[in-house]
Design a binder for this molecule. Structure first.
Ligand code: CP
Length: 311
């Protein structure tokens, strides 16, 4: 039986195909708990999990908290905008102080890429990355994999188009690292100003010359959010122009396979990255992604806690 040999979850780039398969299969079994009348098991009873989110979040923070509670852990949320971070406390000092309270896991989102690599040098508990700058968003990558596997029963051999602001997207990086390891064929499309200069360094991906080329016959179309908060300057003439060339609408979606699934990590800029017809249409799997997010985060917390019985 496969074992999980990582103390922390910082990024999917660090994980083998077997690690990814183990996390996905654990999430698949965790889903059963989420469908029970009483959605709670004692697996992580007595464990303390601190959610430390230095950036805004709806989906990730809520689902990490729900995941912890469904596994009976004690979850504590810290909002830096009302914490001593506003008084100038450094991440290092915050970490030392939190560690004094003996948490078992710290789940952190931070605007700085690599902040978690720093945090793990300051604490002896497990650290889970809930998104760091433009680096990685491992829980989103895993829930994307699970959502695709739910639809097609496999990941290998699928054509996956990832469209939009690749440069600033941590979701794109985690998806690329994981999908290519699982044998998917990843095609990227986006404005040249939103495509990283050495994109080939991200892995075995193809850069399409247009959105049409990327989504032609695709099994999966993942639309990225424009990361305005990470763009130092305006990288597109205007949103109407962006939507014309890189927005998903019912017309260009016809280029993908008829049973193609449409995904987006959220929050969606409706009418820019995709039209509401697509976002709310039959092919949209956006709400399935959110649903799978709880099971995936339960699996992540379970494995960094050392595993054991789920009951
Ligand atoms: N996908 C995602 O990270 O959403 P939130 O920012 O709402 O957590």
């Amino acid at each position: 039986m496969a074992t999980f040999n990582h103390k922390h979850i910082i990024g999917l780039q660090d994980f083998s195909k077997e690690d990814l398969e183990l996390l996905i299969s654990t999430a698949e079994s965790m889903r059963e708990i989420n469908n029970r009348l009483i959605k709670k098991v004692p697996t992580l009873r007595g464990k303390t999990i601190i959610n430390l989110f230095y950036e805004a979040s709806t989906r990730t923070r809520t689902s990490f908290e729900i995941a912890a509670k469904r596994l009976s852990a004690d979850a504590v949320n810290i909002t830096p905008s009302i914490s001593s971070a506003t008084k100038g406390e450094t991440l290092s000092d915050t970490a030392r102080n939190l560690l004094a309270m003996k948490p078992d896991i710290i789940v952190m989102r931070h605007a700085v890429s690599g902040a978690h690599n720093f945090l793990i040098t300051k604490v002896n508990c497990a650290v889970v990355n809930a998104g760091d700058g433009a680096h990685e968003h491992p829980s989103q990558g895993l829930l994307d994999l699970l959502t695709i596997k739910d639809k097609f029963g496999k990941l290998d051999g699928l054509k996956v188009a990832i469209v939009g602001d690749v440069t600033h997207s941590r979701v794109a990086r985690s998806d690329i690292f994981a999908l290519t390891k699982m044998g998917s064929h990843v095609y990227l499309a986006g404005p040249p100003t939103m495509m990283p200069p050495k994109v080939e360094n991200l892995g075995n991906v193809a850069v399409a010359s247009s959105m049409k080329e990327a989504i032609q016959d695709a099994d999966v179309v993942i639309m990225l959010r424009i990361q305005q908060e990470r763009q130092g300057k305006t990288l597109m003439p205007n949103t109407r122009e962006y939507s014309r060339y890189f927005g998903l609408n019912p017309e260009n979606l016809k280029l993908a396979k008829p049973d193609a699934v449409v995904m987006h990590p959220g929050p969606i800029n409706r009418g820019v990255e995709m039209s509401s017809y697509v976002a709310d249409g039959d092919q949209s799997h956006v709400m399935k992604q959110v649903e799978n997010g709880v099971a995936v985060r339960m699996a992540m917390l379970y494995h960094v806690s050392g595993g054991g019985e789920t009951e």
